[in-house]
Design a protein around this ligand. Structure first.
Ligand SMILES: Nc1ncnc2c1ncn2[C@@H]1O[C@H](COP(=O)(O)OP(=O)(O)OP(=O)(O)O)[C@@H](O)[C@H]1O
Ligand code: SF4
Ligand SMILES: [Mg+2]
Length: 335
């Protein structure tokens, strides 16, 4: 099956006064039609920056320095900003990490919902209003006709988040990127929003990239999981492969550091140490300083992807048959 989205060898840099932050350092992942991919990993590992790049929202002086983002056969990194604007909201839309920034407090819910339909899809006001009512209904907001006339502050937090999701869905995109869509909400509303995503996906066949710290959300929603560390995807696989057969020491440490509802004997182990400085990331594996299994080769050479099973890939020297050969070569060169 041809993927809807294929991110290949993506590199993103942010020049700053203190040097260049190499925020994303060769990210690869694919997403099929109707599929949900969860991106997980510690704060600062490049989850948001990677997804902003898909939306064409890396602000200057930040820059995609290498790689491609193939969406429906087109490389988005090669489009002009005008061409990219046609895709934003229409084909790909995003629910941002902070939902409040997505709503304009001075405009009614109705005018914010209808804006894309009127200006981008060129619908008449009457038709746009009909669509707005339909989408509010889809996200479970009762009395939509009245809600259209209200301002964001007149709605509860949960309702505002539903409106933000409605805004992301109104132009019927093929891909929805949701960056921590439930973090700011209480547990009951969180569950409702996740169910909402599921039912929308069933009805519309939309593909979803969900970024989250919450492995409960991942377990509930994801088909596949990409584990990011220091600007790279270090392991990718389906839910079962990642939760029960993970092979990367970082994935394992991440799973042990959070409460798992599927395991009765919880002994939480925080991951010691901190991620590397992305101004000058290490030459080899970025997890080397925190990894209990680190070998000499790990710090010197970046591990390559090893395919373990269908759809399950890992970047770790422990899985690479060349580790033995490299060690022999090193010993030979030292003797
Ligand atoms: N505009 C920017 N200028 C400089 N550095 C940036 C900029 N935006 C992001 N970064 C850096 O890029 C790295 C990745 O950031 P990103 O926001 O993608 O992290 P994240 O994985 O989404 O983290 P979190 O879980 O905290 O949201 C971080 O080191 C961050 O400081
Ligand atoms: S490559 Fe080496 S340091 Fe990196 S995770 Fe694997 S064993 Fe640990
Ligand atoms: Mg983020």
């Amino acid at each position: 099956m041809e993927p809807l989205l294929e991110v290949k060898q993506l590199h993103i840099h942010f020049p700053t006064h203190g040097g260049t932050v190499k925020a994303v350092r060769g990210v690869d992942f694919t997403l099929g039609k109707g599929e949900t991919l969860a991106i997980v990993g510690e704060s600062g590992c490049g989850k948001s920056v990677s997804s902003l790049a898909i939306m064409g929202l890396i602000d200057h002086p930040g820059k995609i320095t290498n790689g491609s983002i193939i969406f429906k056969g087109k490389d988005l990194t090669r489009l002009t900003s005008k061409e990219m604007r046609k895709i934003q909201g229409l084909d790909i839309s995003m629910v941002f990490q902070d939902p409040m920034t997505a709503l304009n407090p001075t405009l009614t819910i109705g005018s914010q919902l209808m804006e894309g339909l009127i200006h981008q899809k060129k619908l008449s006001k009457r038709k746009a209003k009909k669509e707005a009512i339909k989408v509010l209904d889809l996200v479970g907001i009762s009395n939509p006709l009245e809600r259209l006339k209200q301002y964001p502050h007149q709605l509860s937090g949960g309702m505002r988040q539903r409106v933000v999701i409605a805004m992301a869905l109104i132009c019927e995109p093929n891909l929805l990127i949701a960056d921590e869509p439930t973090t700011a909400l209480d547990v009951t509303i969180q569950a409702q929003i996740l169910e909402l995503f599921e039912s929308i996906q069933k009805r519309t066949g939309i593909s979803i990239v969900i970024i989250t710290h919450d492995l409960g959300v991942v377990a509930k929603m994801a088909d596949r999981i990409a584990v990011m560390y220091a600007g790279r995807v270090v392991e990718v696989g389906n839910k079962r492969q990642i939760f029960y057969h993970s092979e990367h020491p970082y994935t394992r440490a991440l799973l042990q550091s959070v409460v798992r509802l599927d395991q009765s004997n919880n002994s939480l182990k925080p991951i010691e140490g901190s991620p590397p400085d992305l101004f000058s990331p290490p030459k080899g594996c970025a997890f080397v300083d925190r990894c209990p299994y680190a070998m000499e080769v790990c710090g010197r050479i970046q591990p390559q992807k090893t395919r373990l099973r269908e759809g399950h890939q890992v970047e770790c020297w422990l899985q690479d048959t060349r580790a033995v050969t490299i060690r022999k070569e090193m010993l030979a060169s030292q003797s």
